[in-house]
Design a binder for this molecule. Sequence first.
Ligand SMILES: Nc1ncnc2c1ncn2[C@@H]1O[C@H](COP(=O)(O)OP(=O)(O)OP(=O)(O)O)[C@@H](O)[C@H]1O
Ligand SMILES: [Mg+2]
Length: 361
Amino acid sequence: MTEPAIEVRKLWKRFGQVDAVAGVDLDVPPGAFLVLLGPSGCGKTTVLRLLAGLEEPTTGEIRIGGRTVASGAQGTMVPPAGRGAGLVFQSYALWPHMTVWGNIEWPLKVARWSPADRSARVREVLSLLSIEDLEGRYPSEISGGQQQRVAIARTLAPRPRVLLFDEPLSNLDAKLRVEMRAELLRIHRATGATSVYVTHDQIEALALATHVAVMREGRIEQVAPPADILATPATPFVATFVGTPPGNVVPAVVHEGRFWWHDVDLAPAGGVSEGERRWLLYRPEQISVCAEPGPRRVQVTLAEALPLVGRTVLTCWHGSSRITAVVDRVVRLDPGATLYLGLPDAPATSYADNGSQAGGA
Ligand SMILES: Nc1ncnc2c1ncn2[C@@H]1O[C@H](COP(=O)(O)OP(=O)(O)OP(=O)(O)O)[C@@H](O)[C@H]1O
Ligand SMILES: [Mg+2]
C-alpha cells in the first residue's frame, strides 16, 4: 500500500471551553480529493487550519508526505510555509496593489525562485486557469469569478503537494459555481495534488469528491467514496444529513416482537429484545403518499411540496418528527393538508441506539 499523503491521528483542538476538533483520525491517499462535509460549526475550517499550520493542535499528530508537521506530544510545529500545502479561502484576499501577474508571482518570490523560473511558472498557471489575458490587470479590474481563478493560480504556483480549499466557491453565483466545479476537477487531475476541500454544499461534495468525510461536533462519523456514503450511511446522523433529500430515521421501540413508532406498527423486530430502541432508516423514495389510513401508514401534516423535474419532494410533520418523501409525479397539495405516508415492509437499515440523536427524526 502506498503511504497516505496526509495522516491525522487523534487530532484535538480546544478553544477555551469549545472542542472544535475532538479526536479526528484520517488517512488521505495520494491524489485523492477528500471533501469534508458537515453542518456549520462542526470543525471543518479548524481541521483545514490545523493541516495548513495556521493553528497548533491541542493534542494529536499530523503527517504530510510522511513527515510529522505537527505533534502535540513531541511539541513539533512546522510553520505553514514549510508544509508544502496551499490554502484557498472563501475570500480571495488578493493584493490590491499588485497585478494578476504580480499576485501569482508573489509566493514564488517569497520562496526565492529565480526570475526565469518564476516567469515560466506564472505563465504555466495562467494558462492552466485560462486567465492569460488578465495578467496585466489589477484585482479591482476583474470579476469575482476571475479573482477566484487568480487566487487558485497563486496557490498552485509553488507546486504544493497538498491543496486545501475552504468553501472556495461559496461567493460565486450558481452558474459560475457549476463551471468552477468542473474547472477544479480538471485542475485536480492536471496537478495530481492531494486535495482537502471543505463545503457544506452536498451537491458540490458529491460532484467533486473521491472520498467524503462527514463531520459532526468535531468528529468524523464516516469516510467513504460518495456513492457508498449515500448507499450505506454508517450512522443515523450521516443518513439524515447526506442525500437530496436526506433519509428519514425513525426512533422505534420493540414491543411483542415488533418495531413500533408511537402507535404505528412498523415491522417485525427479529431478534431484538422487548423494550429496546433502534433507529430505522426509511429512504424518501421508499415512501408512498396515500389519502386513507392503513397498515404502516403514518398520519402527517404537509409542510411543503417542492416540484423537481417530474418529481415532487414532500416535507411533512408527524408530531415533531420531519419526514420527507419523494414521489414520481407532480403532486398539487396545499401546505397544512393531512396525508398518510405509507412505509415499506422493512426499513432500509437499522442502527443501534447509542444515545446520539439523529439529525432529522
Ligand atoms: N479562534 C476560535 N476561538 C474560539 N472558538 C473557535 C475559534 N475558531 C473556531 N471556534 C469554534 O470552533 C467550532 C468549530 O468552528 P469551525 O470554524 O471549524 O466550524 P466550521 O465547520 O468551519 O463551520 P462553518 O460551516 O460555519 O464554516 C465552532 O464552535 C467555533 O465557534
Ligand atoms: Mg468554516
